[in-house]
Design a protein around this ligand. Structure first.
Ligand code: MIC
Ligand code: SF4
Length: 646
């Protein structure tokens, strides 16, 4: 049987383990990326591991999330990251240089390489034929230190693309269609591999839009072949030497094939409040729109922006709409400024925003009360925009731009603008916002790491106890996101390096008093439904519960990155053997795991005692031996420190 792209890349990076779906293997990591909202913690962890110089081929730290700087906190964190990078061998992409995934695609991604990033949209690199995976900050820090990355060998799904997109239907509509069919849990444990004749018709940035939002499927990652189109893109970035062909064997086998006829697709939108709540734009109808935002790591490439400029040229933004546009990188913004596209946007009435995540992570531009906001972003979780009653629709740049003019949600296919944008043969390359690390040991030794007053220590950890007794303090439903567990936004993000302060906001949307009740109880457990912890890779959604004394999360099922983050933080991820038992546990019940260590050592069948009802409930802890050792050590940081000192 022939190999898939995923199998080829994993096999060529295998450090240990056997390639068999479901088995844990460790793979060598060639590249890492971090962003600032998860990066401060990741570099604190790297510092705690005493790594002199990173051991990857390339590591880059991006500043793109916390750029609002409403106080000293973010600027201090940026200095901290900058100083660690200089000292430890990491390239530093300064604020203003752009969104991590867009810049990494332009300047650093290499087909066939492995990349892990402390951001769930790291799979953007799959558009270039990389195996690019989102991970917790601690996993990224370990990889920077030269440690392997452990993954469960995924099942590989083929998405067969046929035909060609019609004008005004775009790559965003492709991934929205995949989400419509497979749902936000459809990709868990899987890699989505794109193939078929339709692939040739898509540019690298279009492929990257699709792999980027593949994160919303819960997939480990998504990947395209690396072909002549990839070669032309890299050549236009002045990096042709980075190209190599990557494609599956002709007889590669997949667990499932999903066929999408690109010619048959229509403009789609994900309705509030989930990325898989997808309908066609025409079916939803002409709802009045208050705000339109164009940008984010999903849709802010040069071609996306050029299409938007072509639609806006000579037109006026509807008076009821506030239109914000954030080009994805300095490269894109400069090219738009030089070719006049930027003035077409400004002239039409757009508000030009910094090349950063901005409103996508609730950093400004919250819509009005009950406001309808069309966004080219990838997540529309309730409250993420900063306005609890906001109604966020995820759409393509074409749908967004046309609707900004009409003032109502509009299918763009009737628009007469000329949006045939040719891929540039040369992008404007200027890496002057990427700072190189110290070149010599003397230079590195001279760098002092700058700690601001907002940087607080890693929460206290403890080795796994033989038995645990604690109340169930919270019970939540299905598809709980890490935005529920640890919200972001302008008011909260400044505290990403201050876990005690951050803890005040934990689960606030579900229960305002959760943090206070945890502190009072000392220790507790959380009960969750299906797909608990989907969305962002933020390890804060595990570190804050650790700080608050959460000993275990008992759920129907977990999202991949969050489950790994729980283990890394030393918190037990347990699942109900019989999902109906979820109904048997109530908030306030006194729970016990009377022989937890023994249960885990004997294969992971765990007994839960509900002392309040007297019921005994069967649980499962599906973790590897290495993860058990991590839990016993009190989390990955303690485990790694111990290993390093051997
Ligand atoms: C997001 O889109 O939710 C983020 C902000 O980029 C996160 C990372 C974070 O929480 O810092 C992600 O996707 O991993
Ligand atoms: Fe930034 Fe939004 Fe992309 Fe996350 S999804 S990396 S917040 S642009």
């Amino acid at each position: 049987m022939g190999a898939t792209i995923c199998e080829k890349i994993i096999r060529s990076h295998l450090v240990d383990g056997v390639y068999a779906p479901g088995a844990e293997v460790d793979i060598r990591i060639d590249q890492t990326l971090t962003q600032d909202a998860t990066g401060t913690m990741a570099y604190l962890e790297l510092e705690a591991m005493n790594v002199d110089r990173v051991k990857t081929e390339l590591s880059v730290a991006y500043i793109d999330h916390n750029t609002l700087q409403t106080g000293f906190e973010n600027a201090d964190d940026h200095r901290f990251i900058q100083s660690v990078c200089k000292k430890r061998g990491v390239r530093f992409s300064r604020p203003g240089n752009g969104i991590c995934h867009q810049v990494h695609l332009e300047r650093f991604g290499v087909p066939g390489k492995t990349l892990i990033g402390s951001d769930s949209h790291t799979p953007t690199g799959g558009g270039l034929g990389m195996l690019a995976i989102g991970a917790g900050g601690l996993d990224v820090a370990v990889a920077m230190g030269g440690g392997a990355y452990y993954i469960t060998v995924p099942e590989v799904v083929k998405i067969e693309l046929t035909g060609r997109l019609s004008p005004f239907v775009s790559a965003k509509d492709v991934i929205l269609e995949v989400l419509r069919r497979l749902s936000v849990k459809g990709g868990v444990g899987k890699v989505m591999e794109y193939g078929g004749e339709g692939v040739k018709t898509l540019s690298v940035p279009e492929r990257a839009t699709i792999t980027n939002m593949g994160a919303e499927l819960g997939a480990t990652t998504s990947v395209f072949p690396s072909d002549e189109v990839t070669k032309a893109f890299l050549a236009a970035q002045g990096r042709e030497e980075d190209w190599r062909e990557i494609r599956p064997d002709d007889d590669a086998e997949y667990v499932q094939t999903v066929t999408i006829d690109l010619s048959a697709l229509r403009p789609l939108a994900a309705m509030p409040h989930m990325p898989d709540n997808v309908k066609s734009v025409s079916e939803i109808g002409a709802i009045p729109v208050d705000q339109v935002l164009i940008g984010s790591c999903t849709n802010s490439s040069f071609a996306d922006m050029m299409k938007v400029a072509a639609i806006l040229k000579g037109k006026k933004v509807n008076p009821r709409v506030s239109l914000g546009i954030a080009p994805g990188s300095k490269q894109v913004l400069t090219m738009l400024a030089l070719n006049g596209a930027l003035s077409a946007m400004i002239d039409a009435g757009a508000r030009i925003l910094e090349s950063a995540c901005g409103p996508c992570i609730g950093m400004g531009q919250s819509p009005c009360t009950n406001g309808v906001s069309l966004r080219t972003f990838n997540r529309n979780f309730e409250g993420r925009s900063g306005t609890p009653s906001g109604k966020i629709y995820l759409v393509s740049p074409e749908t967004a731009a046309v609707s900004a003019i009409t003032g109502v949600l509009t299918d763009p296919t009737g628009c007469d603008a000329d949006i045939q944008i040719a891929m540039p043969t040369h992008f404007l390359v200027n890496d002057n916002m990427i700072e190189l690390p110290a070149a010599t040991k003397e230079e590195a030794d001279a760098v002092e790491v700058c700690y601001g007053p907002n940087i607080k220590p890693y929460p206290a950890t403890a080795p796994l106890a033989d038995s645990i007794a604690a109340p169930a303090l919270l019970k939540v439903g299905d598809n709980i996101t890490t935005d529920h567990i640890m919200p972001a936004g302008a008011k909260i993000l400044p505290y990403r390096s201050n876990i005690p302060k951050l803890s005040e906001f934990c689960f606030r949307q579900c229960d305002e008093n959760f943090a206070a009740r945890c502190k009072e109880a000392g220790s507790c457990m959380i009960i969750g439904g299906e797909n608990y912890g989907q969305g962002s890779s933020r390890e804060h959604a595990a570190l804050v519960p650790l700080y608050l004394g959460v000993k275990a999360v008992i759920a129907k099922s977990f999202a991949r990155i969050h489950k790994a983050n729980l283990v890394n933080a030393g918190i037990l991820p347990l699942t109900f053997v019989n999902p109906a038992d979820y109904d048997a546990v109530s908030v306030g019940d006194e729970l016990g795991l009377p022989q937890i260590t023994a249960d885990l050592e004997n294969g992971g069948n765990v007994t839960l005692l509900d002392k309040t009802t007297g019921a005994t409930i069967a649980l499962n802890c599906d973790i590897s031996e290495r993860q058990l050792a991590i839990l016993k050590a009190g989390g990955l940081l303690d485990f790694t420190k111990k290993e390093n000192s051997k």
